[in-house]
Design a protein around this ligand. Structure first.
Ligand code: PAF
Length: 282
């Protein structure tokens, strides 16, 4: 496995693979790899000839509420995991390499979807994501790029930007990987205090209760949202930000549920913000 730190080296390595006829799979990450990332890497390995992972903790997507410095990082371990998954190339640039002029003046604005839900609670977050993903896809120069459904709003924003900006990438969404008790795999889980870890299961429990209510025939979205909020309210260590049911493409909340929908939830467990989601169908 080769590790490159320069944008030029990355671009050239991608071009060389493409010239050799390889179908390229890209898995963008911020490191701190876990089973969720491993499933993205495995999906990329099974669907592409050459798999490339990027590891870059992007400061543009952190808002003041979050402590960028506390984001977990262990490059050596990440590289071992990437190699074990079958990755051929890792692009791991420094901050100065990725943003040589400092904070970029040009940003990719994801529009109204970027301002709702996660975007409302974390102003500027999705512009930061959209900017770095645009740079990574543009440096890659044509690939299939794999993103987890765990960050469902991010996935929708990435799909939009690829279409709106005519980027040469096919976006592949991959299912969320969960711990045995339902907690969605996330780098943030490492920051849960031991006493908070059991409480974190409330996020999936709320989604599951809402799914059960839809399966039992509930069609009023307010009731489904109330069900999720009530489950979270019963956990003293949890503070709910939002629990909503939305159309999976427009992210509009319907009055009455029909067809495919997405349950989305964001909750603080102690100092750690957890998000999760689940698809439901009527
Ligand atoms: O999902 C992530 O890990 C990040 O938001 C991404 C897509 C790598 C951009 O920094």
């Amino acid at each position: 496995m080769e590790v490159v730190a320069s944008r030029d080296g990355f671009r050239k390595a991608m071009s060389a693979e493409r010239a050799a006829g390889a179908r390229l799979g890209l898995v963008p990450t911020m490191g701190a790899l876990h089973e969720g990332h491993m499933s993205l890497l495995r999906a990329a390995v099974s669907g592409c000839d050459v798999v490339v992972a990027t590891i870059f903790v992007n400061p543009l997507q952190f808002s003041s509420r979050e402590d960028l410095a506390r984001y977990p990082s262990n490059l050596e371990r990440d590289l071992e995991m990437a190699q074990a998954a079958g990755v051929k190339l890792v692009f791991a640039p420094s901050l100065g390499e990725m943003y040589p002029r400092g904070e970029p003046e040009t940003r990719v604005e994801p529009g109204p979807l970027g301002e709702r839900l996660e975007g409302a609670s974390r102003p500027g977050h999705f512009a930061g994501v959209a900017t770095v993903v645009t740079k990574l896809l543009s440096l890659s120069g044509g690939c299939r790029a794999f993103f987890g459904e765990k960050d469902f709003q991010q996935l929708a924003i990435v799909r939009n930007l690829v279409e709106d900006l005519d980027l040469d990438a096919e976006i592949v969404g991959c299912p969320t990987v969960r711990e045995p008790d339902g907690l969605a795999c996330s780098s943030r889980n490492q920051r849960l205090a031991p006493d908070d870890r059991p409480a974190a299961t409330v996020v999936f429990k709320a989604l599951d209760a809402a799914r059960a209510s839809v399966a039992a025939g509930e069609r009023r979205s307010t009731e489904v949202e109330r069900t999720m909020a009530a489950v979270v309210a019963a956990e003293p260590r949890a503070r709910l930000d939002y629990a909503v049911v939305v159309d999976p493409v427009t992210f509009e909340s319907p009055v009455l549920l029909a067809g495919e929908l997405r349950l989305l939830i964001a909750t603080d467990i102690g100092p750690v913000r957890l998000i999760d989601n689940l698809g439901v169908e009527t």
